[in-house]
Design a protein around this ligand. Structure first.
Ligand code: B16
Ligand code: MG
Length: 219
């Protein structure tokens, strides 16, 4: 193992609740619908525009808006989301993550972010983690979102490695599939059954460790 490719939302910090709060408010204000709670997990790892389209489809409104209008709606959601993100501090880093980053750095493992979020640099800055990563893959530079492998391939290339030399860490089923398609080793965080394509699954971030990653890679 020479590199680790980190998903951001759900692995480094829990922004899913802020995404959902913003989507819920947008759906209420602009579409006059109430989003069911199931959307919170359904939108994990899915890009902003794809999420917007899924919500319009749910509301049976997909033919009512032009591409430009869909983009404007998604922008409104992002403004609502940014209000929450701006309140993030170091205290919002998920348990065990700082220790894991320390152990990986001590073992000279290269670290890269493979997030669908265009807000990844801002979130890492708010958490005080920006300088702990060797690269952040830009989701605007990849053609296809998760479950396509593109963002993990890009994240590996950004640290000069092929994905085969890396372990990817994800909380979303679409993300685990993306890691496997990229031919990296997949560590899932969450529900065993939901993330069954991963090489190993732990139920919470505090159970992640350097040894677990190395052992899983070497298996
Ligand atoms: P943004 P990840 C994903 O992040 C989120 O899980 C997903 O809910 C969100 O829509 C997506 O980022 C795009 O985020 O609107 O900030 O660009 O899990 O891939 O780190
Ligand atoms: Mg995630």
């Amino acid at each position: 193992m020479e590199g680790v490719l980190f998903d951001l939302d759900g692995i480094i910090t829990d922004t899913a609740k802020f995404h959902f709060k913003a989507w819920k408010q947008l759906a209420q204000d602009e579409l006059n619908i109430t989003l069911p709670a199931s959307f919170e997990s359904q939108l994990k790892g899915i890009s902003r525009m794809e999420s917007m389209k899924l919500i319009l489809k749910f509301a049976n409104l997909e033919d009512n808006f032009s591409e430009k209008e869909v983009f404007q709606l998604a922008n409104k959601k992002n403004e609502l989301y940014l209000r929450e993100i701006n309140k993030l501090t170091q205290a919002d880093i998920l348990p065990g993550i700082e220790n894991l980053l320390d152990a990986l750095a001590a073992n000279r493992i290269l670290l890269s972010i493979a997030s669908a979020s265009k807000n990844a640099p801002l979130i890492l800055e708010k958490l005080g983690l920006l300088n702990r990563f060797d690269a952040i893959a830009n989701p605007e530079n990849v053609a296809n979102g998760k479950p396509a492998p593109d963002i993990f391939i890009e994240a590996a290339h950004q640290i000069g490695l092929s994905p085969e030399k890396c372990v990817g860490i994800e909380d979303a089923p679409a993300g685990v599939i993306a890691i496997k398609k990229a031919k990296a080793v997949a560590v899932g965080v969450g529900d065993d059954a939901e993330l069954n394509e991963a090489d190993v699954v732990v139920n919470k971030t505090s159970n992640l460790s350097y040894l677990l990653l190395v052992d899983t890679y070497d298996k």
